[in-house]
Design a protein around this ligand. Structure first.
Ligand code: FES
Ligand code: FES
Length: 181
């Protein structure tokens, strides 16, 4: 399935070109300056507003998306650098009408206060649990330290990750939604 979005003027004098993106399983041909940030293209061209603008400097994690399964700060990632790679945003995490186990766990623990950090937190957590299905508290701290929650929900985030790890283990035994990002 391919969608074409266009007519985006060049920015900062850079010449516009067509950048092929694969976001949440859908191919998009975006006419844009290759210098624009992935975050800007996701939000402004593709109407995927789950990834948030926080610091704009790669420091807060609010803009985190997955690129080929790895957490990436989309605010400092040039859109041309991720052409044809597999991009997953929070909008693409649910599968077959079911939320990802990390999303379920965040809801069960009632992690969110303002929710601004949540999409980035969840995607970082998905990447962590894929790499370390049973992370220690230290691994959780280290892996999530680049995601800032101004509301201070860190204890609930840690609790949600532990629940998500159990859910994912159960699902992988059942052959279900196994965090296929
Ligand atoms: S907005 Fe991208 S890291 Fe803060
Ligand atoms: S819930 Fe408000 S910034 Fe994290």
């Amino acid at each position: 399935m391919a969608e074409t979005r266009g007519a985006q003027p060049a920015i900062s004098g850079a010449r516009a070109e067509v950048v092929e993106l694969r976001v949440n399983g859908i191919r998009h041909s975006v006419h844009t300056s290759p210098e624009r940030s992935l975050l800007s293209v996701l939000r402004e061209d593709l109407d995927l507003t789950g990834a948030k603008y926080g610091c704009g400097e790669g420091q807060c994690g609010a803009c985190t998306v997955l690129v080929d399964g790895q957490p990436v700060r989309s605010c400092i990632t040039r859109v041309s650098a991720v052409a044809r790679k597999k991009i997953t945003t929070i909008e693409g995490l649910a599968k077959n009408g079911r939320l990802h186990p990390v999303q379920e766990a965040f809801l069960e623990v009632d992690v969110m206060q303002c929710g601004y950090c949540t999409p980035g937190m969840i995607l970082s957590a998905v990447a962590l649990l894929k790499k370390h299905p049973h992370p220690s508290d230290e691994e959780i701290e280290r892996s999530m330290e680049g995601n800032v929650c101004r509301c201070g929900t860190y204890p609930r985030i840690r609790a949600a990750l532990r629940i998500a790890a159990q859910k994912m283990e159960l699902l992988s035994k059942e052959g279900g939604h196994a965090a296929g990002t």
